[in-house]
Design a protein around this ligand. Structure first.
Ligand code: NG6
Ligand code: CA
Length: 527
């Protein structure tokens, strides 16, 4: 098990730091968009970016982060020729807020309506605003998203599944999309390609409801005998492909996905995007469903991990990473492409289906040494695997630089030479030198979000008091909520077992005041 390293001393990154760090990069011969090992045949071009984001993959879930029962050779290979971060975080311990922050560069708790969305929610990102894809588009990148979206589609009334689905990814900076609209356990179970449901027969229109039963198809509640995976909590509405989901749907039969084929389908679309844009700078956001529930990996991955179906879904995820990497190699682009592998939030074992994942876990610890997991304000909620690889241009090894997925917009804007206007991506910091391994100086502090908020400053972490539940409903995940403030020293106590708040009363109050200040104003605007 790798020992997570202590984060750097608490300090906020200032503009001057960023300028200095950038100067250091230039002095080392690594300019913003031209690495030292630049492939001569590729000429002077900006690197492509392939951002691979797993769903609910934990800090201890892949081999290079200590998993011994789950073979992940492709992720491990990227790590061995790249940089492995041990203090990288999602902005939140759930999907929608985490991805919202990653794409907009804004803390999700600044905006109402960024909690876990139903499958028929309207788009929550402002069309035309500065986003990770739109800033890259300004620099001439071709931008695509393949896989999980879960940020809503359509205007205030929600998406028109049978017509033009707009606004969506194409209105917030992507040139191309092939989406699972929300989650795999939420209806509608169809793919959206650009502005249409893929493969929809107009004679069989889709209807969706999150309140009332719709159509005459069986539900998991009424017909559990029809199910190939039974729910353990919730997830008992319309049955699609032998799995009951959250929400009701009817119609769209020809367009429905087959869960077992989803990883293959996404991978095919991701590889096609890479091949199509091999001659120009491109950004691909590849968002897998694995290892989120329902876990029904393709039969060829069944039994391939030593810890049940959740591990098998991670083996399938690793296969996707291998295929995308192979496509880059095949096109001669591996040295011209920054590949990132990470996750939207921490792990959960039983997230609502009785799929044997708890029974078969075989001692595997999805969060590694961390406490909590998905939904939790403990580190297991937001600290995620994060690997950056670009052979010859990104240093190899391990780094304890503190960063957040929310920093990608400002960092890649810097990489592409785009200047963000004041107020654009307001909480996103340019940590490009740390991403490239030129420095371990990145963020000095970060706000983490689950049901409550916490502030991380160097090795110290303060969690605000909260009246929330101690455990996630019907699961054994500790949420970290407590009516009194909590203070942990992550250098000595990465597992957050010793609450130091009583003996360091002043310190915890100072940290919580700082949290309140960030809440009222983005730090970048106070400089
Ligand atoms: C919860 C679901 C869970 C999962 C989660 C979203 C129930 C009981 N639980 O409400 O299964 O879908 O939402 O996960 O319905 S996330 O990774 O997209 O945030
Ligand atoms: Ca997730």
């Amino acid at each position: 098990m790798p020992e997570p390293h202590p984060p750097p001393a608490a300090r906020t990154l200032t503009r001057r730091d960023i300028v200095r760090a950038a100067a250091g990069v230039a002095a080392s011969g690594l300019s913003a968009w031209e690495g030292p090992a630049m492939n001569a045949s590729a000429g002077l071009r900006r690197p492509n970016i392939v951002l691979i984001v797993a769903d609910d993959l934990g800090f201890g879930d892949v081999g290079c982060y200590g998993a011994s029962l789950i073979p992940t050779p492709n992720v491990d290979r990227l790590a061995s020729r790249g940089l492995r971060f041990v203090n990288a975080h999602a902005a939140a311990a759930m999907c929608t807020p985490s991805r919202f922050a990653m794409l907009t560069g804004m803390y999700p708790w600044r905006k109402k309506g960024t909690g876990i969305l139903p499958g028929d929610a309207a788009l929550i990102i402002e069309p035309g605003s500065a986003t990770l894809p739109s800033v890259l588009k300004r620099a001439g990148y071709r931008t695509g998203v393949v896989g999980k979206w879960h940020l809503g589609l359509g205007g205030p009334g929600g998406p028109d599944w049978n017509g033009e689905i707009k606004p969506g990814p194409l209105e917030v900076g992507f040139d191309y999309c092939f989406l699972m609209p929300a989650t795999c356990d939420r209806v509608p179970c169809v793919y959206v390609e650009n502005r249409r449901v893929a493969g929809l027969d107009p004679a069989d229109p889709i209807r969706v409801s999150y309140t009332d039963p719709i159509g005459d198809e069986p539900t998991g509640k009424a017909r559990p005998d029809l199910l190939k995976v039974r729910p353990s909590h919730g997830h008992d509405q319309t049955i699609i492909n032998g799995i009951s989901r959250i929400g009701y749907m009817s119609g769209g039969k020809a367009a429905r996905w087959v869960d077992e084929d989803m990883a293959d389908t996404f991978t095919r679309k991701g590889v096609a995007f890479i091949e199509q844009h091999a001659g120009e700078p491109f950004f691909l956001y590849f968002a897998t469903h694995d290892p989120h529930v329902p876990r029904v990996p393709h039969p060829r991955f069944r039994g391939k991990s030593g810890c049940g179906v959740r591990g098998d879904a991670i083996v399938q995820f690793d296969w996707c990473v291998g295929e995308l990497t192979a496509a880059l190699e095949h096109k001669g682009l591996i040295e011209d492409t920054i590949v990132i592998v990470t996750s939207d939030n921490g792990p959960v074992v039983d997230d609502g289906y009785d799929d044997g994942a708890v029974r078969d876990r075989n001692g595997h610890r999805p969060a590694g040494p961390l406490r909590g997991g998905k939904y939790s304000i403990f580190e297991g909620g937001t600290r995620v695997p994060f690997i950056v690889s670009r052979p010859g241009a990104v240093r190899t090894g391990e780094t304890d630089a503190l960063l957040c997925l929310m920093d990608l917009p400002a960092s890649f804007a810097a990489l592409a030479g785009v200047k963000l206007d004041a107020g654009e991506c307001p909480d996103s910091l340019n940590v490009l030198p740390a991403l490239l391994g030129q420095t371990k100086q990145a963020r000095g502090e970060l706000v983490e979000q689950a049901g409550s908020l916490a502030i991380l400053q160097g090795a110290r972490k303060a969690i605000e008091p909260s009246s929330g539940a101690a455990y996630a409903p019907l699961t054994d995940t500790e949420l970290g909520n407590a009516p009194e403030p909590q203070l942990y020293d992550l250098d000595d106590d990465i597992g957050e077992r010793r609450n130091l708040a009583q003996e360091h009363h002043e310190e915890v109050q100072t940290m919580l005041r700082r949290l309140a200040a960030i809440r009222s104003r983005p730090p970048k605007q106070s400089e």
